[in-house]
Design a protein around this ligand. Sequence first.
Ligand code: KG4
Ligand code: ZN
Length: 338
Amino acid sequence: MNILAVESSCDETAVAIVRDGREVLCDCIASQVALHREYGGVVPEIASRKHIEAIYGLADQALRETGLTRQDIDAVAVTYAPGLIGAVLVGVNFAKAAALAMNKPLIPVHHIRGHIAANYIACPELKPPFLCLVVSGGHTMLLNVKDYTDMELLGTTLDDAAGECFDKVGRVLGMPYPGGAAVDKAAQQGDENKYVLPRSKPGENPYNMSFSGLKTAALNLIHHAEQVGEQIDIPSLCAGFTAAVSDTLVPRVVRAIEETGCKKIAVAGGVAANSRIRGDLLAAAEKLGAEVFMPPLKLCGDNAAMIGAQAYYEYLAGNVADMSLNAYATKSILGEKV
Ligand code: KG4
Ligand code: ZN
C-alpha cells in the first residue's frame, strides 16, 4: 500500500511516499528553519504562508522522484494534530483536497505517533509492545506502546518540553535557532561539573518530569554572570545543562523498564539526536539487558516519512477520516477516533 504523507505542523513542510508502513520511497522536505532563525523562533504566520508556497511543489517532487503516478497512490495521510494551528491547517486542507481529487482514503495521523513510527522505518524488526521516550521541541513523554495504535501514557512533562529548554538556553547564549544541536556540540567540550543545575525530583507520578526549574536556573546563572561582568564558560554550562536533562529522563526510562519488564525502548523526537542523552540511554539499557532503538538523526526531526509509516497502521486499525477532518493545536496521543 503506497501512502502519500504530508507534514506541516511546525517549520518543515514535508511530503513522503511510504510503502506498507516501513519502506520509504521518497522523503521530500522544505525546511523553513533558516527563515525563522532571524526571529530566534518560529513565527506562526510566516510558517503557514511558507507551507502553502511549498506543499504543492513537494507533492509533485515526490511523484517525480518515485516515478509513481497518482493512480499508484492508495491513500493520503496527514498530521492533523498537534502543532501550530495555521501550519497544521495547510497540510490538512491539502491532504483533504488530494484525497478527494484522487478518490482515496484520508488517514489522520497524530504528530507524536509519527515521531514514534520513525523507529519502524529505522528498525524493521521493531514491533510493539515497547517503551518509547518522546523528546521533541514541544513534547516530552514516556509511553508504553502496547500496539501500533494503542498506547499508555506513563509520564509527561508538567511544564516545558526538554527541546524548548534546549532552545531557550541556546538563544540566551547567542546560538542560532533551534539551539539544541548547538548546545549539544558545545557541551562536548565542557566540564559538566563546573555548574551544577537542578534535576527534577520524582513526584506523585514518578514518571512525570519538570524542566522549567532547570531552565530558569540556567537562565538565571547566565543573566547573573552578565550583570556582574563574569565570563560564562559556555561549553561547561551546556554540559551541565545537558547532563541535568539526561539525569531527568534516563532514570525514568530505567524505572519503566524495571517496572513493566519490557526490555525494548525506542527514542523519538528531535532531542533524541542529543549525543549525551543517546549515550546515557545506551549505557543504562546495557546494564538492564534492554535493547535501545534510535532513528538516525534525519528521522528524529520532523519529516513526512514518519507520518506515512504510522498512517499504514492507523489505516489497518480503521482510523480513516472524511472531509470533515479538522486540524487541532493540541490533542491527546491516546487514540480517540477522529
Ligand atoms: O521533533 P522536532 O523536530 O520538532 C518538534 O516536533 O518539536 O524537535 C525539534 C527540537 C528542537 O527543540 C531542537 O533544538 C531539538 O529538537 N534538537 C536537539 C538536538 N537536535 C535537535 N536537542 C538537543 N540536542 C540535539 N542534538
Ligand atoms: Zn516533531
